[in-house]
Design a protein around this ligand. Sequence first.
Ligand code: CTP
Ligand code: MG
Length: 247
Amino acid sequence: MRPTDRASEHPADGVGGHRQMPGSCAALVVAAGSGERLGAELPKGFVAVAGRPLVCWSLDAIAAAGVPRAVVAVPPGHGAAAEEALAGSGGAFPLGLALVEGGATRSESVRNALAAAGEVEAVVVHDAARPLATPELFRRTLIALAETDAAIAAAPLTDTVKEAGPDGLVVRTHDRSRLWAIQTPQAFRTEILRRALDVPDDVLAAATDDASLVERAGGSVRVIESPPANFKVTTPHDLAIAESLLC
Ligand code: CTP
Ligand code: MG
């Protein structure tokens, strides 16, 4: 069973007054990674979790959030298998579910998916590897675009963060109260993301999230505090936890 995030009022999101989803939007779900650290036989997004391919859990949440169209980036060479795995999810999207070939890096996969998003005001980028993102979290990131160029799911840090040199000696302790661990979903005004992704391949390859490219391009980015279960499935241990939460 998927945990819910029922809170409808999140003053911390910084959105005052009328709360509305953008007029048109699409989800870009990146599922084109190989899942090397998981070490499964299938690419990570298509490994079965609680009886369904991992990516299907995110697609359910996106459809339940009221996002009418989704584009999924799938591993090159896995198009037919991916189409079969996602056949049951298509009906949930009134404006369609499209599959595109992913790229060599995550950002390239996002760029490929964006090219197939159509003319929409906003897009929400999501890792297939986060199956516990709630519909409410998708909605909150999209709604926050009324006041910012990008709105990104984030968790406040609970561990103390220290910086160490190559010799292992600590050089600094950071002020944890201002630090966030960044996740997906990440919602963007489409034109801003398009411009942010229009950078040389080496810059694109070095980006570990899309919001950092928007920051680099001078856009405003707001954090949206996510519920605790929005972790990324990276290792077999993570997969076991996701399985137990989704069963
Ligand atoms: N991703 C992608 N295209 C890539 C690399 C990653 O679409 N070229 C996606 C993954 O499918 C995943 C998300 O980006 O949903 C986050 O990446 P990560 O957790 O690193 O997944 P993998 O790259 O598949 O895993 P690993 O790094 O262990 O190989
Ligand atoms: Mg990876």
